[in-house]
Design a protein around this ligand. Sequence first.
Ligand SMILES: [Zn+2]
Length: 259
Amino acid sequence: MSRLLTDLPQPVAAEVLSSSSIIVQPIGALEQHGPHLPLSTDLVIPEAIGALAVDRAVASGIDAWLLPPMTSSKSDEHHWAPGTIWMEASTTWNTLVDIGRSVAATSARTLVFLNGHGGNSALLQVVGREIRRRFGLRTFSMGTGTQRAGGGADGGPDEHGMGIHAGHSETSVMLALRPDLVDMSQAVRNVPAHLTALETIGFNGFPVSFGWTSDDFGPSGVIGDATGATAEYGAQLVDEGAEFVARALDEIRRFSFTS
Ligand SMILES: [Zn+2]
């Protein structure tokens, strides 16, 4: 039987779901990814990792079910690039709350957001609590486990921990998943290396965050170094990502608020 819940007729879907079922909602984005990757990059990756991870989870006895990916989400940092199809935070919020309400109408009690776009992360944490409070679901949010900040240790270029958009890891993953959509002749390096002089302000993990749009760092839309990307490294990241998500689903199955 397909684990894509929407492949099933409604009475069958209602029948197969139970309180131990885990619903996985991949969250994609349609946004500029530099001159070498498709607009659909952040849609292709969570869709692929979601399918691989749910298959692995089901094989190990977890009652996981996949929903089709949300195609657009909060990509306002790429608003400047025509072709980006972005939602306001409020639109994304309302859509996620509606999905939570709909899942809560089934027998499943657990909803997992599998996020393909870093710009959604903060919103997903907040909306997870909203859905928990309003509809009583257990909610979880995670990335695809395929993104690396890029420190050079993996044999790739040193992106000074800033390979966050269309850089080495993401381009490699796309070379593994959809090489037909990647144009390596257009790959560039664009790393705001001067930021490494700052101790408190930075991207993920720094204590002081800052508002930015992707054109703040130059016209290419890339934040990272795509020039050395390889399909081989990408295949490794896809495998690691699928394994990470499958392992997380196993912990989610066992997760309890009280001992
Ligand atoms: Zn991306």
